[in-house]
Every structure is written in structure tokens, then in C-alpha cells.
Design a protein around this ligand. Structure first.
Ligand SMILES: [Cu+2]
Length: 151
């Protein structure tokens, strides 16, 4: 086989396995959210601060309903952005602990103000490892990166 084509196929396979392919958002999210047993929901917490995510490696189980508490303990606002992860989950809602909740099929970015928190309710659907980053200028370079694994 032509070496270049072989390399191309391997690359495509890797992208597919790692969850960075061109797959779309979870299209049947609403059905998954409605049929899930939310009494079995697990709660996880991720802390955002200058300049890290704690834990930097989140591990979630496919099919389990979750509440992910995204807590900013820092002095400045931070972003929780993981394009691959947002496409890999069935999103139920994003809830503020003071002001209400937002229902949407998916999110592309979540911003949390200093000393505030937001709760993301979702079900992991697609296995893979997804990069997590704070997209505020300079924060990733200072260490605000992580990863989320769905297994
Ligand atoms: Cu940040």
C-alpha cells in the first residue's frame, strides 16, 4: 500500500478513536435525558482557579447521569471549554445556584464568574478523551488545561 495513504488511514482511525473526529452533537439527547434514572445521578466537582482545573483529569462513566459542579474559587472569571466533550454528552441543563437554569441541546463554552458556580447536568454518551481548556488569553499557557475521559 502507498505509504502516504496508509499514514492517512491510521491518522483517521486515531482521530476517530480519540473523539476528535467530525462527529456531531448527540442528536437524541432529549430522549436520553428523559429516559435516564436521575435518582442514580452522580455528582462530580471541578474547581477553576488561577491557573488550573482541579482535577485536571476528569473520568466519567458512559451512560451514568451526572451533575458536574463547575466552581470558580479564583479571583477572576474562567471558562470551561471542551468542544469534544460537549459533543459527546446528552445535555439536560446548566443550572445557576442563585439565578435559575438554562436548558439547551448543547453548550460550546461555560463561563463562571469569580466565587460563583454552575452545575451542568448531562449523560456521557460517546467514549473518548477530550481536551479541556480555559480560553481566556494566557490562561491555558499558565496551566489551565485538562482532559475529560468518558469510559
Ligand atoms: Cu481561566
Amino acid at each position: 500500500m502507498n505509504c502516504r495513504i496508509y499514514f492517512f488511514i491510521i491518522t483517521l482511525a486515531f482521530l476517530g478513536l480519540s473523539g476528535y473526529g467530525c462527529s456531531d452533537y448527540v442528536s437524541d439527547a432529549e430522549k436520553r435525558v428523559q429516559s435516564a434514572d436521575w435518582a442514580k445521578m452522580k455528582t462530580e466537582t471541578v474547581i477553576l482557579k488561577e491557573y488550573s482545573f482541579i482535577p485536571a483529569d476528569l473520568v466519567l462513566e458512559k451512560g451514568t447521569p451526572y451533575k458536574l459542579r463547575i466552581v470558580n474559587t479564583g479571583r477572576v472569571k474562567h471558562y470551561f471549554v471542551s468542544k469534544g466533550f460537549f459533543k459527546a454528552i446528552a445535555t439536560r441543563k446548566l443550572q445557576s445556584n442563585a439565578d435559575g437554569e438554562i436548558k439547551a441541546p448543547y453548550f460550546t463554552a461555560i463561563e463562571v464568574f469569580p466565587k460563583r458556580s454552575l452545575d451542568l447536568y448531562f449523560i456521557p454518551v460517546k467514549k473518548g478523551t477530550y481536551g479541556l481548556v480555559c480560553t481566556i488569553k494566557g490562561h491555558a499557557q499558565k496551566g489551565m488545561i485538562g482532559k475529560i475521559e468518558i469510559k
